[in-house]
Structure formats: structure tokens, C-alpha cells
Ligand binder design. Structure first.
Ligand SMILES: Nc1ncnc2c1ncn2[C@@H]1O[C@H](COP(=O)(O)OP(=O)(O)OP(=O)(O)O)[C@@H](O)[C@H]1O
Ligand SMILES: Nc1ccn([C@@H]2O[C@H](COP(=O)(O)O)[C@@H](O)[C@H]2O)c(=O)n1
Length: 668
């Protein structure tokens, strides 16, 4: 997951490959609760692992429910409609799919068995209405108090005497989650008799209620429905665990990849999406129809989709989106690529989601140059006449972050030059799709020249690696320690007994190095050589063999391959001059020889190597002299490099300086 302050997406061009979707959030949290209310154990497969499911799991554990991993699945041992814990304070983050159903279930359980529960979340959760649900629960005798503002969480659920009686009336035109919460919880009271729920107003987001009914059925509760206005829970309904249950992929998350296929995949190599398809029980699967109406070509199987570009530009749309409220946000970004204005109607629920999504989408789309008009329940988007680079605010709303990533394809819509897109606070995607951006980068391609590179060159022990790693971490970029490639060649040569002057054999060795990098370090032929590479004699040998042009040539392709999305920070001697001469920021890092010898001394001692500071000083000066004087790719600043002497600068200050320079070069 990108836990950076922002993530810059360079202009993207094409998409192909296969995406495996994470589990559906709506299904995951409903299944967790139903499993917890049932008798016996339920083994849940393919559950979504995200912020919203984590708060639900934590809450269930606090309530005394056993939730344990079993292989790749999660085993939930239900409480059988009883209370194991009578008092708890539950933090539910910003998860509406946890807050509403837990509020209903715990209000009933607290009344039936005696209990006291407080439910709260992040500040935005305390701005999301829950009054209609509370009013419905009070009709049957639940005792619920508002601990903050009337009509909003946090809530206290304590006491009361829930009783079956007249039909329970609930509003259906603000959020369908109120009805879902009642449907999931009321079987707890059905030992007293049949329960009837009557919906006031036009029920919105009906497909989500269908998911609820479908899952209740899987857990043994058959709800009868009369249109969308009257629901009957039979007397003596009991939650029965189905034993095993599979969570299908998230259809709302599929929308970003369906859109991606429509924008940037070719018929010869469609984008394949696995986890949802024609058999999906999620309403957002109907996003497929909307995407097709805009021009997408789609082939589907029971649990997969293949999507590629059909009409181009996309066709403008005027659509009632009440049935796909979440996925419809993706349409608003697809609208940037349409032939005219696209109007999305009947989306008033956007205003009470993670943020006021109508206002947020309008504000951010305008930043890209789109014309946008909005009303209480609609948004109309006119594609930009001139695209602008934009830093997209995400409002702690995962869907805003994910759908705006699609704006990075503006080059396909004729933006000249194509503009990058900055996604602020990209980690908000953790709510439903923690590795969304990694998944995206796995199936998109761009012109390598569009992938930004920051080069950091300089003499031995000036702090290049430390600086490069600090900058890469802040930007979420990949890291290339090119010295490690020369050191690995040196180590392999030492082990193979190849002399330092045998250029041909050394080059052949370098060209076929069985080298692999991961979070644990550098692996040579399956052995972790991270520490071995740092030995001084390996560095000295690396300096000798790196003077051979054939060795340098053999390692060039490997270095270029590090230029991957979303960007690269590369350190070495010739990063800015030879390997990445087009890098938009080049830094030449220096420090006095004495300072560098002292730092290297400390570094070696801390790794358990013995070292003498005078010898180190001599060695590093000799190494620098050789690196500077060789004929191929000598150590020198690129003409357009920024010089940084960090002799008296802390690591943090050095990193900040480079980030400041980088920021000045960015168009945001
Ligand atoms: N600004 C700084 N202030 C103090 N110490 C630093 C600073 N920058 C780096 N160091 C320390 O100096 C040592 C050498 O740094 P580093 O390994 O990053 O240098 P390098 O230039 O990459 O070396 P090499 O030439 O071997 O690749 C490390 O122990 C690091 O923590
Ligand atoms: N781009 C590069 C990087 C390194 N070298 C040579 O390798 C030696 C070891 O590098 P470290 O950065 O790990 O110390 C170095 O002395 C250089 O001779 C290079 O030539 N080009």
C-alpha cells in the first residue's frame, strides 16, 4: 500500500493483463455479522482484508466472538443470537457497513439480554446520518441514546424492551443501509412472532438490499418481500451457518478496471477481471451495462469479465444511477473521455457517503479542466477542452482515489502534452482495496520516458544510498542502488576466481548474474548477499571492474529495467550522465573526504566489520580517483545536475532538499 503523502501518476497509455479482485466489502461485512449471529462455525473464503472489514472483525472479537484464520480462510464461531460480553465500546472507523447493522443487532441484544454498548467512529462517521434507523428501532422498544449530535453516531445502546408489534416503518430514500441493518438484525426478535418492515419513500440502492436478502437466505432466513415497500421476517427465523461461504470479488472495485479496459485495452489483448461476472449477486455488476453504453466491449463468464475499447471517444450518457451509486463515480471520470456532456442522475445518496461525493467529484473534476454542473441529486460532466495537471484531493474516500487514477490516461483523449495526475493521501484506498495502485500498475503501461526518474550520483560514502532511499520512500518510487550491481559482479568474480583485468569473462558474468532484489535485500544465486556486498574489498574490486566498458554495457539493460511505474530514484556514479540522461531531476551529492571516511567507518563498525579510519580515507580517495578518471562513464556531475554538499546536513534535511527541488519541477 502507498502510505505516502501523495502518489504521482505519470501519463498512462495502455492496459492489458489480468486483475484478481479483492472480496466485496458489502458481502464481507454482512457475512461476518451473520456468521457471528449464527449458531456454529462459518468458514469464510476470500474475505476482503481492508479497513472496513478489520473494524468489523475487531468489533466482533470485542463482543466475544472467536474469529481465527484457518488456512487462507477465516473461521468465525457464532454467538447463536446471544451475548458473550455485556459491555463494550466499539470503534467502527468510517465503515457504514459495520455501524448500521451492528447498531441494530446490538440494540436488540442489549434489550433482550441486558447490555450496554457504545458505538462510534472517525469524525466523518459522526456526520453520517443514522436517525432513521434509530427511529425504526425505537418503534419496537429499543433504548438508544445519541452521545453527540441528535441523529448521528456516536450511540449508546442500553436497556429497553424490544417487542414485536405493529409494522416497523423505516425511510428508504436516504440510505438503503437502514433497511439492510433491520433485515439483518430483526430475526433476533422473531421468536416473539412475525416481523414486518414497511419502507417509507422510494427505496434507493435496491441491489444492496438484494445482497442482504440473498445472504440472509444463505444463513437460513427467508424474508418475504412485497415489491420494495414491505418485508416480512417469518416467526421463529433462525440464523444457520452455511458451513463454508465464498465472498465474490467486489463489483464496485471492478468498475475501475472495466473502465480501464474501455479506455485503454485492445481487442487482441482485453483486460481480464477475475472474481465477478454474470453470476454476481452485487448490484454494481450492472456497471457493465453503463460502461457498454459508453462504448466498452465486454465478454463475461460466471465470475470473470474481459473488457476492451469499443467506441472512441466514449459515448456521452444520461443515466439514472440509483441502482449503481458507488460504481457511478467511475462513470463521472469516464465522462472525461466522452464525446459530450454526461449526466448522472438520482445520486442524492452520494451526499451522505464517506464525504459529500457530488461536491467532491465536481471540485476535483474541475481541477482537470472539465466543465461540471451539479445539483442536489445529479452531476453533469463536460470533457476538458484543455487538460490540466491536478493534485486530486481524496477526502478520505477510497472511491475518489481509485476512480481519479483513470484521469492519467488523458494522453489518449488528446491532451498535449499528456499531464500527470497527483492523488493525495493514496492510502485511503485501504478502506476496500489496499493494493489498488499496485494492481493498477501491474496491468498498465506507458512510455518509459514518461516514468519519472530522480538520479543521485556522487563519490563513495557521500550518502547517496541513504538519500535515495529516503526520497523513494516519500514518493512511493522504486529504488535502484546501481553500485550493488557492480559489487555483486565483483563478489561473483571473486568467488569464480576471475581476475579483475579479464574484461570479456567479467562482462559475460555480469550479463548472466542470477541477481534478485526484495525487501530483505540483494540475493545472488539464492543467497542473501546484502552484507557481503558492503565489504570494503568488494567495493574496491567493484571500482576496478566497473572501469571495463563491456562490464558497464552488460549491466545497462538491468538498470534500465528498474524504470517502472510510478517512478524511480537511482543512485550511483553515472545515473544522470549515462543511464538516465533524460531524468527530470539530477543530484550530485558530495561531502568532504574526511566526513565520508568517518561515516563509512561508523557504518562498517555498526555492521560488525573491523575498519581503520585512515585506511578508509585512503581507499575511498583512491576509489574516487579511479571512478573519476576512467574513460567510460566517469564519475562527474551531469551538466544539469543540482549540487548538494551534505557534510553539515542531516539525512532528513538532505531528503527534504531533494523533495523541494522535485516539487519545483512538478506541475501541480
Ligand atoms: N547527511 C548525513 N549525515 C550523516 N550521516 C549520513 C548522512 N548521509 C548518509 N549518512 C551515513 O553515511 C553512511 C554512508 O551512506 P551511504 O551508504 O548512503 O553512502 P553511499 O554514497 O550510498 O555509499 P556508496 O558509495 O558505498 O554507495 C551511512 O552510514 C549513512 O547513514
Ligand atoms: N553507477 C555506478 C555505481 C557504482 N559504480 C562502481 O561500483 C563501485 C561500488 O559502488 P558503491 O556505490 O556501492 O560504492 C563504485 O566505486 C564504482 O566504481 C559505478 O561505476 N557506477
Amino acid at each position: 500500500m502507498y502510505a505516502t503523502e501523495f502518489l504521482d501518476l505519470p501519463p498512462l497509455r495502455a492496459a492489458a493483463g489480468t486483475v484478481r479482485l479483492p472480496g466485496s466489502k458489502s458481502i464481507s461485512n454482512r457475512v461476518l455479522l451473520l456468521a457471528a449471529l449464527s449458531d456454529g462455525a462459518t468458514l469464510i473464503h476470500d474475505l476482503l482484508d481492508s479497513d472496513d472489514t478489520r473494524v468489523m472483525i475487531t468489533a466482533l472479537k470485542q463482543l466475544g466472538c472467536a474469529v481465527e484464520p484457518q488456512g487462507e480462510a477465516l473461521r468465525v464461531t457464532g454467538l447463536g443470537g446471544r451475548l458473550a460480553v455485556r459491555e463494550a465500546q466499539l470503534f467502527l472507523g468510517n465503515a457504514g457497513t459495520a455501524m448500521r447493522p451492528l447498531a441494530a443487532s446490538l440494540a436488540l441484544l442489549a434489550g433482550l439480554h441486558g447490555g450496554r454498548f457504545e458505538l462510534g467512529g472517525v469524525p466523518r462517521m459522526h456526520e453520517r446520518p443514522i436517525g432513521d434507523l434509530v427511529d425504526a428501532l425505537r418503534q419496537i422498544g429499543c433504548q438508544i441514546d445519541y452521545l453527540g449530535n441528535e441523529g448521528y453516531p456516536p450511540l449508546r445502546l442500553a436497556g429497553g424492551q424490544p417487542r414485536v408489534g405493529a409494522p416497523i416503518r423505516v425511510r428508504g430514500d436516504v440510505s438503503s443501509q437502514f433497511l439492510t441493518a433491520l433485515l439483518l438484525a430483526l430475526p433476533l426478535l422473531s421468536h416473539q412472532g412475525e416481523l414486518v418492515i414497511e419502507v417509507e419513500g422510494e427505496l434507493i440502492s435496491k441491489p444492496y438490499v438484494e445482497i442482504t436478502l440473498n445472504l440472509l437466505r444463505r444463513f437460513g432466513v427467508e424474508v418475504a418481500r412485497d415489491g420494495w415497500s414491505r418485508f416480512t421476517i417469518p416467526a421463529h427465523s433462525r440464523y444457520r451457518s452455511p458451513g463454508d461461504i465464498h465472498v465474490e470479488g467486489d463489483a464496485s472495485s471492478a468498475s475501475y478496471f472495466i473502465a480501464l479496459g474501455a479506455l485503454a485495452a485492445d481487442a487482441a489483448a482485453p483486460l481480464r477481471i477475475e472474481g465477478v461476472g454474470a453470476d454476481s449477486i452485487q448490484g454494481d455488476i450492472r456497471f457493465v451495462e453503463a460502461a457498454e453504453a459508453m462504448g466498452a466491449q465486454v465478454r463475461q463468464g460466471p465470475n470473470w469479465l474481459e473488457v476492451w475499447r469499443g467506441a472512441w471517444p466514449l459515448k456521452a450518457l444520461d443515466l439514472d444511477c440509483n441502482h449503481i451509486p458507488d460504481a457511478a463515480m467511475t462513470l463521472a471520470v469516464m465522462a472525461l473521455y466522452a464525446s459530450g456532456p454526461t449526466r448522472l442522475r438520482n445520486i442524492a445518496s452520494w451526499r451522505v457517503k464517506e464525504t459529500d461525493r457530488i461536491t467532491a467529484m465536481a471540485t476535483e473534476l474541475r481541477k482537470l479542466g472539465a466543465g461540471v454542473s451539479e445539483g442536489p441529486d445529479f452531476i453533469e460532466v463536460t470533457p476538458p477542452a484543455a487538460w490540466q495537471p491536478a493534485a486530486i484531493r481524496t477526502y478520505d474516500d477510497h472511491r475518489i482515489a481509485m476512480c481519479f487514477s483513470l484521469a492519467a490516461f488523458n494522453g489518449l483523449a488528446g491532451a498535449r502534452p499528456p499531464v500527470p495526475v497527483r492523488i493525495l493521501d493514496p492510502k485511503c484506498v485501504a478502506k476496500t482495496f489496499p493494493d489498488y495502485f499496485e494492481t493498477l500498475f501491474g496491468v498498465v503501461t506507458t512510455d518509459p520516458a514518461d516514468i519519472p526518474v530522480i538520479t543521485i550520483d556522487g563519490p563513495t560514502a557521500s550518502g547517496k544510498g541513504t538519500l535515495a532511499s529516503g526520497v523513494a520512500q516519500k514518493l512511493g518510487y522504486h529504488l535502484l542502488d546501481s553500485g550493488a550491481l557492480y559489487r555483486a559482479t565483483a563478489l561473483a568474480a571473486q568467488r569464480a576466481g576471475i581476475p579483475a583485468d579479464d574484461e570479456a569473462r567479467l562482462a559475460a558474468l555480469a550479463a548472466a548474474l542470477p541477481l534478485h532484489f526484495d525487501e530483505q535485500g540483494v540475493w545472488l544465486d539464492g543467497e542473501n548477499v546484502t552484507d557481503a556486498l558492503r565489504r570494503e574489498e568488494v567495493g574496491a574490486l567493484a571500482s576496478q571492474i566497473s572501469a571495463h566498458p563491456a562490464v558497464r554495457c552488460a549491466l545497462t539493460g538491468l538498470q534500465l529495467a528498474f524504470r517502472r511505474l510510478p517512478g524511480l530514484v537511482a543512485d550511483g556514479r553515472d545515473m544522470g550522465t549515462v543511464i538516465f540522461p533524460d531524468a527530470p531531476l539530477k543530484v550530485f551529492l558530495t561531502a568532504s573526504a574526511a566526513t565520508r571516511a568517518e561515516r563509512r567507518h561508523k557504518q562498517l563498525i555498526s555492521k560488525g566489520f573491523s575498519a581503520n579510519i585512515d585506511d578508509l580515507l585512503q581507499d575511498l580517495e583512491a576509489r574516487d580517483a579511479r571512478d573519476r578518471s576512467r574513460s567510460t562513464a566517469p564519475l562527474k556531475p551531469a551538466e544539469d545536475a543540482m549540487s548538494l554538499d551534505n557534510s553539515a546536513l542531516s539525512i532528513e534535511a538532505s531528503v527534504q532538499q531533494v523533495l523541494d527541488w522535485w516539487q519545483q519541477r512538478r506541475p501541480f
